[in-house]
Design a protein around this ligand. Structure first.
Ligand code: RB5
Length: 151
């Protein structure tokens, strides 16, 4: 299967800053992917929505095809990102979720919890998420039911 090598945008808060730096280096060195870093820039306490919004906006507007968001649990970043039109952010702290969020949900933002999983599992989740294709078909019809909601 063809790996997705398009540029990515990544963001985190302080709680997952170290994991963000590791994943960023991993994407560049192991996958040869260009990475835009939306911050945070240190382990100094920040508000996760500020960084979640930057990544989600870029994906929502179609400026970047896919993004990765990290916070302590992954929960806050998921909540923020999924407020944006056309964003399908998936919290994956296990490999099965990483496979299925691509096959069935065409997830365009991967979210992980830096206080939940270890670095090596996070890297494997990234590998799976980059290498698993969307199945389309009935799943596309299901995405269309919520992906174009106008309030
Ligand atoms: C920060 O303490 C923590 O609340 C944040 O990283 C995240 O887990 C929120 O959902």
């Amino acid at each position: 299967m063809q790996e997705n090598k398009n540029p990515l945008i990544i963001g985190s808060d302080h709680a997952a800053y170290i994991l963000k730096e590791k994943i960023k280096a991993y994407l560049i060195e192991k996958h040869g992917i260009k990475v835009e870093d939306a911050g945070a820039d240190s382990e100094k306490s920040v508000d996760y929505p500020d960084y979640g919004m930057k990544v989600a906006q870029a994906v929502s507007a179609g400026r970047v095809e896919r993004g990765i968001l990290l916070c302590g649990t992954g929960l806050g970043m998921s909540m923020v990102a999924n407020r944006f039109p056309h964003v399908r952010a998936a919290l994956c702290n296990d490999l099965f979720s990483a496979v299925m969020c691509r096959r069935h949900n065409n997830a365009n933002i991967l979210v992980m919890g830096g206080r939940v999983i270890g670095d090596v599992l996070a890297e494997e989740i990234v590998n799976v998420w980059l290498n698993t294709a969307f199945e389309g078909g009935r799943h596309q019809a299901r995405l269309e039911k919520f992906d174009n909601i106008h309030h």
